[in-house]
Every structure is written in structure tokens, then in C-alpha cells.
Design a protein around this ligand. Structure first.
Ligand code: SF4
Length: 377
């Protein structure tokens, strides 16, 4: 349920969803579709219409971050990508130095596309590498390989990208410590500014989940996941990366400002199929989401409102969420009144620590953030 307009804090963060993929990966439960590339021009037109409607309807301040995610935004043909970026620049004011990220798959990254993104104002690239080990990539049903990732990064550097994230996944069936260490070493050799390392989750109804249910894949135990996380933390700390969030590491000055907006519960407008928006007046908060399926999204935009559902967070609930999400970040959160007892208990379990006016997760708290979430919400 979208909020009433007056009294809202302005949006300074914009997310744009491109739902197209060449192939649906076996572990993926994102709002992403293969075989719909023919819809791209109509989708772009609908996206532009939604952005214009949003610009008129909601308060926007000059944007601090823009994030074009998916799906696979790099699949957009260069003329369409140029059109989207041009439209964003005409419709919204950007703060000087705004962070503009685009998610790219190494298999659809080439010099022409990179040039188009740079010229259109993209200054941060997030490469969905996921791994370098053929077996793990095969289990994930990723149609890419380590060599493509190396080439994509070299091309990105040549095109002038000096702020690059690599996404990696650990805890993949058949992956052992040695193969993960090898993956980490290969990723670090590329010198990215930022790394997101996620533990694989088996989301219900994905291909991977069905295989696990059918006993065709070995379980990854929590001990194995724990060991892999240990290796990740050690190698990244040794290489000079700061773990600034549960699953994110960065070199100095390269934290993802867009993702920080989510963890700090700042208003983010989400445009495109299935995109989520979050707004607040400083007390209550509203979250709503668009129609997910691309064709239905086109029809919904044409009828004037792409919203599919939403919820209101009353002040107490909005505050709890702010504390829970804030404690995903190493910098922690300034906890509002009413949370002292829960935070003291978490401190007693060694999960958080008080730092002046703030509460921050310990290393154990970052590793076991789900326990913090359970206690706070
Ligand atoms: S490329 Fe990304 S969004 Fe697309 S199917 Fe694979 S994991 Fe999902």
C-alpha cells in the first residue's frame, strides 16, 4: 500500500529493475525471466512511463545513488541502455558524485556496452561472477566461466571503471575448502574494489532445491558453511578488505552506498517489474511492490498504477526493522528507546557491543545475524 504523499522524506535512492536473463540459473528465485528479450523495447517504454509518474507523484531530492539491477541489465542492447540512462538523467537530478551502479553478467559484457554505460553515467559495475570453479558453476547452472569473468574485468578497467564489485557464492554442493580458496585467490588477483560473498540458499521451487529434495545433491552442512565463511573472512581481511556488512567487503571508500541505503532504512524508490519501494515520514514506514511478471507490468503501467501490494509499518515495527537491518552493518545503529533490554541480552550472548551512543554487531554477531534478527523483531 503506497503511502499518502505529504510528509514523506524525499527519495534520494533509485532502484531500476531489468528482469531479462538469457537463461534461468538453477538457484535463482529473483524476479528474472529467460526468453523474453523481444519484450525489451516495450518494457523500456513502460519503465520510462513509471519513472515519470513517480517523479510527479513523490518527493525526490537530487539522487545520491541509482542502482540498475536484475535480472541481467547488461543484456539490454546498447541503444536501449543509452535510452534508459538518458531518460534517467533527464528525469532526475543527480547529486555531484552520485553512485550509479549497473549489474552485469560477464557473458554479456563487451567493449561497446561498457562504453555505452560509461557515457551514460554508470560509474560502478557489479559483476555476477559467482565462482571460478567449473563444477560449482555447473551445479549452479550458471552459463559462464572464470575466463569470461577475467576478460570482463579487464575490459571494464580498459573502459575506465575503477569501482567494481564481484559477486561470489560459497556453500555450493561439492565445493570443498580448497576449491573455494582457489576461487577466492582468483577473485582477489583481479583486485576488485568490493566483494559480495553470499552463502548459497536453496530457495523453494528452484531447480537446485528440487534436486536437493530428490536426493540428487549432497546437503551442505552448517559446519561446512561455517568453515567456508571462516576462510572467506580470513582471506579478505589479509587482503585489506573491510567486512562492513554481513556478506559485503570493501576497500576503503568503496562501500556500496546504494545497499547501505537499504540497511539504514532510507527511502528507496524501486521502478520496474516486481521492484520494491520503501518510504517513511520518520515515524511510520510504507513498503510496496510492483506487479512482477513483465507482461502484466506493462499492462499495469498502461492502466496508471504498477503497484501490486504493500504494507504499512507502524512506528514500533519500523523502528525494530531499523535496528535489525542496522545491525547487519559493522558500523551498527543508534538504537531508539525501547530496545535496551533486547540489546543488553544480545550483548550478553556476545552478538552485539555498545560503542558510545551506538550498538554494533561483533564478529560473531555478523556471522549469526539471524539470531539478532529473531531477538529484535
Ligand atoms: S543471471 Fe542472475 S538474475 Fe538471471 S537467472 Fe541467473 S541468478 Fe537469476
Amino acid at each position: 500500500m503506497a503511502p499518502p504523499g505529504p510528509g514523506l522524506l524525499p527519495f534520494r535512492h533509485l532502484y531500476v529493475h531489468i528482469p531479462f536473463c538469457r537463461h534461468k540459473c538453477g538457484y535463482c528465485d529473483f524476479n528474472a525471466y529467460a526468453g523474453m528479450e523481444g519484450l525489451m523495447p516495450a518494457y523500456e517504454a513502460a519503465l520510462e512511463q513509471e519513472l515519470e509518474q513517480a517523479r510527479r507523484r513523490w518527493p525526490f531530492a537530487p539522487l545520491h545513488t541509482v542502482y540498475i539491477g536484475g535480472g541481467t541489465p547488461s543484456l539490454y542492447p546498447p541503444p536501449l541502455a543509452a535510452r534508459l540512462l538518458g531518460h534517467l538523467a533527464r528525469t532526475f537530478e543527480l547529486e555531484p558524485g552520485a553512485e550509479v551502479t549497473l549489474e552485469a553478467n560477464p557473458a554479456s559484457t563487451d567493449p561497446e556496452r561498457l562504453q555505452t554505460w560509461r557515457a551514460g553515467g554508470v560509474n560502478r559495475l557489479s559483476l555476477g561472477v559467482q565462482g571460478f570453479d567449473r563444477r560449482a558453476l555447473g551445479v549452479l547452472e550458471r552459463r559462464t566461466d572464470g575466463e569470461l569473468a577475467v576478460t570482463a574485468l579487464a575490459m571494464a578497467r580498459a573502459a575506465g571503471f575503477d569501482d567494481v564489485n564481484l559477486d561470489l557464492i560459497y556453500g555450493v554442493p561439492f565445493q570443498d575448502i580448497r576449491s573455494w580458496e582457489e576461487t577466492m585467490h582468483r577473485a582477489l588477483a583481479l583486485g576488485p574494489e568490493h566483494l559480495s560473498c553470499y552463502c548459497l540458499t536453496f530457495e523453494p521451487r528452484t531447480l537446485l532445491w528440487r534436486r536437493l529434495q530428490q536426493g540428487r545433491l549432497p546437503e551442505v552442512t552448517s559446519d561446512q558453511q561455517w568453515e567456508l565463511l571462516e576462510v572467506t573472512c580470513r582471506l579478505l581481511a589479509d587482503a585489506g578488505y573491510e567486512r562492513y556488512e554481513v556478506s559485503n567487503w570493501a576497500r576503503m571508500g568503496h562501500r556500496s552506498r546504494h545497499n547501505l541505503a537499504y540497511w539504514e532504512c532510507r527511502p528507496v524508490y524501486g521502478a520496474g517489474a516486481g521492484a520494491h519501494s520503501y518510504a517513511t515520514d520518520g515515524e511510520r514506514a510504507w513498503r510496496w511492490w510492483n506487479v512482477a511478471r513483465p507482461r502484466e507490468y506493462l499492462a499495469a503501467v498502461a492502466s496508471g498504477d504498477p503497484e501490486d501490494g504493500g504494507e504499512v509499518l507502524e512506528p514500533e515495527q519500523a523502528r525494530a526493522e531499523r535496528v535489525m537491518l542496522g545491525l547487519r552493518c559493522a558500523s551498527g545503529v543508534e538504537a531508539p528507546a525501547g530496545f535496551e533490554r533486547r540489546l543488553e541480552e544480545l550483548a550478553g550472548s556476545g552478538l552485539v557491543v555498545r560503542k558510545g551512543q551506538r550498538w554494533a554487531p561483533t564478529r560473531r554477531g555478523l556471522d549469526l545475524h539471524n539470531q539478532i534478527a529473531l531477538a529484535v523483531l
